[in-house]
Design a binder for this molecule. Structure first.
Ligand SMILES: [Zn+2]
Length: 280
């Protein structure tokens, strides 16, 4: 990435507000308590989420299978309640049998593709999917990625300013290293970290919602089987912690999560099996 071309005066103008922005940019992820760098405010994020969800509802074919919708809504609302967040939650099923995926936009708009229904298999499997996706949303992973991208772009400008008095050759090397660092060192591993964090939050949410968190392990094993023999892994898997790393991490977390489930007075176990989608 080449640094944006800004003149010296613009740099000075940018430096102070950005400095205060950076000070104000500390957030904490729920459940894991990880410190985050986020410079997008929640209202902006909410607005972007609502706009995007309206676009999706215009574009996609919504599945009107009443039985399936009732189950998705039931499981979704239990997971939503477990977050303790009062958002305008909505749960939609999109009729795309080949798409093994689901996602949650900021503001609590959740979309499930029919392709993931047979892999989720039962309510607890679906709770694992929704817990993971809602986990990404409540940990504000989208805003975090966007913030890191902005910081990577502006950081180079700021660095050029700070290092202005130094030897030009040193500066060049430093900037190159930082450029590399910003692309390879920070942003890529972050998305793996976010994936594992979404798994962690998701396990906790499903246990709080009353679903047996051990089903998450079996769900990811079914995902692995579903991915086998396909030229490209399903989108849900393509964010790269390997299946083995993910399954191992979930196994490590279960002793911490299982008591949350066992002490829950409302336990549904695996819940009902999901019906095969009959979209109209
Ligand atoms: Zn994910």
């Amino acid at each position: 990435m080449s640094p944006p071309r800004l003149n010296y005066a613009t740099c000075r103008l940018l430096f102070l507000p950005l400095f205060f922005l950076f000070l104000a940019a500390c957030a904490t992820a729920p459940v894991t308590g990880r410190k985050q760098f986020i410079i997008i405010d929640p209202q902006t994020e909410l607005r972007l989420g609502l706009e995007a969800s309206r676009e999706i509802l215009k574009k996609e074919k919504i599945c009107r299978d009443p039985e399936l919708n009732a189950i998705v809504k039931r499981v979704g609302e239990r997971i939503a309640r477990a977050t303790g967040k009062n958002l305008p939650w909505e749960f939609w099923v999109i009729d795309k049998p080949k798409v093994i995926n689901a996602f949650c936009l900021p503001g609590g708009k959740v979309f499930v593709y029919t392709g993931i229904i047979p892999v989720a298999k039962n309510e607890a499997g679906l709770a694992a999917v929704l817990g993971h996706e809602i986990g990404h949303a409540i940990a504000r992973h989208g805003a975090e990625r966007l913030s890191l991208g902005l910081a990577a772009a502006f950081g180079e400008v700021l660095l050029a300013e700070v290092l202005d008095l130094k030897d030009p050759e040193t500066r060049k090397i430093f900037l190159t290293a930082y450029g590399l660092g910003a692309t390879v060192g920070v942003i890529l591993p972050y998305s793996r970290k976010q994936e594992l964090e979404a798994d962690h939050i998701g396990l906790y949410l499903m246990a709080r919602a009353g679903y047996d968190p051990r089903e998450a392990l079996r769900f990811w094993q079914r995902m692995r089987a579903a991915a086998r023999g396909k030229p490209r892994p399903p989108a849900f898997l393509s964010t790269h912690p390997t299946d083995e790393a993910r399954i191992a991490a979930i196994k490590r977390l279960l002793p911490e999560i299982l008591p949350v489930y066992e002490n829950n007075p409302h336990r549904y176990g695996l819940g009902e099996n999901l019906p095969a989608p009959h979209c109209r």
